[in-house]
Design a protein around this ligand. Structure first.
Ligand code: C2E
Ligand code: CA
Ligand code: CA
Length: 517
C-alpha cells in the first residue's frame, strides 16, 4: 500500500511541479506584458488628456486671450471649467514666470519648460512647482503669437487613472517622465517598490509628446496572474494521482490474486512431472524419459504447459516449478534408476535458468546422493526463447557438464539460436523437432535437413533424439538414417509416474540382470 501511495503521490506531484515551474516562467512573461499594457494605456491616456488641453489652449490663443487683462482671465477660467482634465489655465511670460492663473487667482510660479515637441514646436509639456508645498503639477503650454505662453495645469489624478487587473491594483506604481528625466506625473497605491524584495518594470513611450511611462509592480503580485491556471493544475494533478492510485491498486490486486493462486498451486505440489519414454529404436529398449510438467488441479483437471508456462516464465515461478519437478523425479524414480545406470532423465530448462548459477546448486542439492546420478541427467535448453546472456549461459552449461550431466538443444531448427547455439553453447545432444519428423518420407527437404543434422551430430560427436514420432514408417526411416533415440506417441505419450515405472520395469533391464544375461 505504501508503494501505491508513493507512486500516486509521485504521479500527482511530478506534473504539478513541472506545471508550476512552467507557470512561473509563463507568469513572468505574462506579468511583463500585463505591465507593458498598463504603461501603454497610461501613455494613451496622457496623450488624450494633453491633446484635449492643447486644443483648449489653441482655442484661447486663436481668440486672442493671451494676456492677464480681466476679460481674458474670465475666458481662461471658463475654458478651465469646461475642460474635464484642466484645473487651471494661466499666462506666463517668455521667461516662464506665471503671471496669472484662473480660477484661483494669480500665482507667481516658475514654470519648467522642457524642449518643444517635434510635432508642434509651439507646444510643450512641463511642470510647475508650487512655491510653498513644493508640489509639482503637470502642465501643457502653447506659445502665443505675442510671445506669451498659455498654460494648462492638469488635475493630477487624470493622467494616470488606476488601470490593470485587480490583483495588481495595490501593488504597482506608474510614473510619467519627461524627456529630460524629470517626473511629470505619477500614480501610486502606497506600495513601496523599495521595500519589495522583487519587482518588475516595463516602459512605454509616447510618439506624440516627449514622455514615457514606467510601470513597476511587485513580482509576487504578478504571479497572481497564474492563480486560476495554478488552481487548475492542482486539480488535474490530484486527479492524476487518484487515477494512478486506482490503477496501481487494481493491477496489484489482480496480480496478487493471480499469483497467489499460482504460487499456492506451486506450494501445494499441484505441478507434477509426467514422463515421456525415450526409446532406443535399434534395440527396442527404454533409454529414459523426458520430464513434462502437468498442472493437476484439486478438482482433477489436468492443465497442459502451454496454458501456464508463459506466465510462469514471465514471473520467474518456473524456477520454483522446475525445482519441485526435480525433487519429485527423485521420489518417483530414484529406486529404479539406481539399479539402471544407463537410464536418462531429460529436464526442460528455460532462459530464466541461465541468468545466474543457481540451477547448479539446486541440481547438486537435489540429486547428490539421491540415487539418480549426474550422468543420468540431461538438461534441455530450448531454442524457442532467446538466451539473454550467451556467455553466462555457456558458463552455466559448462558447470552442468562438469557435474557429468548432458545438455541437449531442444526444438532444433525452429527457433532463434540455430547452429550458432550448437557451437556457442557446447551442446551434447540435439533434439530434432517434430516439425521435421512429421514430414519425413514426404518432403525431400525435411529428409535432407534430418540427414544433415545427423551428419553434423556425428561429426561433432553429439547425440541425436528424434521427437514427436507418431508413425511406424517414421521409425523405419529414422533407423535407416542412423538415428537411434526417439520419443513420440508411437511409443507413448507423457504418462504419470506409476505408468512410467511399469514401462521401466518392463523395458529396461536392471544392471545385475544385464550382467546375469
Ligand atoms: P517439448 O520440450 O518440445 O516437449 C515435447 C512436447 O511434445 C510435449 O508437449 C509432448 O507431450 C509433445 N509430444 C511428445 N510426443 C509427441 C507426438 O508424438 N506427437 C505430438 N503431437 N506431440 C508430442 P507438452 O508436454 O505439452 O509440452 C510442451 C512444451 O512445454 C514442451 O515442449 C516444453 O517446451 C514445455 N515444457 C513442458 N514441460 C516443461 C517443464 O517441466 N519445464 C519447462 N521449462 N518447459 C516444459
Ligand atoms: Ca523438451
Ligand atoms: Ca522439443
Amino acid at each position: 500500500l505504501a508503494k501505491i501511495v508513493a507512486v500516486a503521490s509521485v504521479v500527482a506531484t511530478a506534473p504539478m511541479l513541472i506545471f508550476n515551474a512552467v507557470l512561473s516562467s509563463h507568469a513572468a512573461g505574462e506579468g511583463r506584458s500585463e505591465l507593458r499594457y498598463i504603461a501603454e494605456r497610461a501613455v494613451t491616456r496622457a496623450e488624450a488628456v494633453i491633446g484635449e488641453g492643447v486644443a483648449a489652449l489653441r482655442g484661447l490663443a486663436d481668440a486672442g486671450h493671451t494676456d492677464c487683462r480681466p476679460a481674458h482671465r474670465e475666458a481662461l477660467a471658463e475654458a478651465a471649467f469646461r475642460s474635464l482634465h484642466i484645473r487651471q489655465i494661466g499666462i506666463a511670460d517668455a521667461d516662464g514666470t506665471l503671471l496669472c492663473a484662473e480660477p484661483m487667482g494669480p500665482l507667481a510660479m516658475d514654470v519648467e519648460m522642457p524642449a518643444a515637441t517635434g510635432a508642434d514646436p509651439a507646444t510643450v509639456i512641463g511642470v510647475v512647482e508650487a512655491p510653498g508645498s513644493g508640489e509639482r503639477h503637470a502642465i501643457a503650454a502653447l506659445r502665443a503669437d505675442n510671445g506669451m505662453r498659455i498654460i494648462a495645469r492638469f488635475r493630477p489624478e487624470v493622467l494616470l487613472e488606476g488601470s490593470g487587473p485587480w490583483f495588481l491594483q495595490d501593488f504597482y506604481e506608474a510614473r510619467v517622465f519627461l524627456e529630460d528625466g524629470s517626473e511629470w506625473s505619477s500614480r501610486s497605491s502606497g506600495w513601496d517598490p523599495a521595500r519589495d524584495p522583487s519587482t518588475v518594470s516595463e516602459a512605454a513611450h509616447s510618439s506624440r509628446y516627449p514622455l514615457r511611462v514606467i510601470v513597476t509592480a511587485s513580482a509576487s503580485a504578478l504571479e497572481q496572474t497564474m492563480m486560476p491556471l495554478r488552481r487548475l493544475s492542482i486539480i488535474v494533478s490530484v486527479g492524476f494521482g487518484f487515477l494512478a492510485a486506482a490503477i496501481a491498486l487494481w493491477t496489484t490486486w489482480s496480480r496478487d490474486a493471480a499469483s497467489d493462486d499460482f504460487s499456492r498451486a506451486v506450494q501445494r505440489g499441484e505441478f507434477v512431472p509426467y514422463y515421456q519414454p525415450v526409446m532406443n529404436i535399434a534395440s527396442g529398449e527404454l533409454e529414459g524419459c523426458e520430464v513434462l510438467v502437468r498442472w493437476v488441479r484439486p478438482d482433477g483437471t489436468i492443465v497442459s504447459p502451454a496454458a501456464f508456462l508463459p506466465y510462469s516464465e514471465a514471473t520467474g515461478l518456473i524456477r520454483e516449478i522446475t525445482r519441485s519437478l526435480m525433487r519429485q523425479t527423485v521420489i518417483d524414480l530414484a529406486d529404479l534408476y539406481v539399479e539402471r545406470p544407463k537410464l536418462k532423465i531429460g529436464i526442460n530448462l528455460t532462459a530464466s535458468h541461465f541468468i545466474d548459477h543457481e540451477i547448479i546448486d539446486e541440481v547438486r542439492e537435489i540429486y547428490e546422493g539421491s540415487g539418480i546420478s549426474y550422468s543420468q541427467l540431461m538438461f534441455e535448453v530450448t531454442e524457442q526463447h532467446p538466451l539473454k546472456d550467451i556467455r553466462l549461459a555457456r558458463a552455466v552449461i559448462n558447470r552442468i557438464q562438469r557435474l557429468g550431466s548432458a545438455v541437449a538443444l531442444d526444438d532444433v531448427g525452429t527457433g532463434h539460436g540455430g547452429l550458432a547455439y550448437l557451437q556457442q553453447l557446447g551442446i551434447d545432444i540435439i533434439k530434432i523437432d517434430k516439425l521435421f519428423i512429421d514430414k519425413l518420407g514426404e518432403d525431400i527437404h525435411s529428409d535432407k535437413i534430418v540427414d544433415t543434422l545427423v551428419e553434423l551430430a556425428n561429426t561433432l560427436g553429439m547425440g541425436i533424439i528424434a521427437e514427436g514420432v507418431e508413425r511406424t514408417e517414421q521409425v523405419e526411416l529414422l533407423r535407416r538414417i542412423g538415428v537411434t533415440s526417439a520419443q513420440g506417441y508411437v511409443f507413448s505419450p507423457p504418462i504419470p509416474a506409476a505408468a512410467f515405472r511399469e514401462r521401466v520395469i518392463a523395458l529396461a533391464p536392471r544392471k545385475d540382470s544385464q550382467i546375469a544375461a
